[in-house]
Write a protein of this length. Structure first.
Length: 99
């Protein structure tokens, strides 16, 4: 089972699990916590194969001091895909925990 812990403090796309890494794609839950005093806007979680993007969520707004939990149909093949998160918020402060 994959366990990943990331803090994100820039407006960017962050790879959470890299294609071909030792992490398995057996993901049970992804928690995204917005620790900022501003809303996290344009939050996307996707799979990327180098060409195509497949979204779990796209352009979601996570209010300040709120967490979003994804826990249905999120397992994937790490031999084929990167798991990524991107955000477009002002002064982002996200914590991502993958179990």
């Amino acid at each position: 089972m994959a366990r990943v812990y990331k803090n994100i403090t820039t407006e960017t796309t962050t790879t959470l699990m890299t294609k071909g890494s030792s992490n398995s794609g057996l993901v049970n839950k992804i928690l995204i916590s917005n620790n900022s005093s501003s809303d996290a806007t344009g939050v996307c979680v996707d799979l990327y194969d180098g060409t195509n993007v497949f979204y779990f969520i796209r352009d979601i707004v996570i209010p300040s001091k709120v967490s979003l939990v994804l826990e249905d149909n999120i397992a994937f093949d790490t031999k084929k895909y990167n798991l990524r998160i991107s955000n477009a918020g002002t002064n982002p402060n996200l914590t991502v925990i993958i179990h």
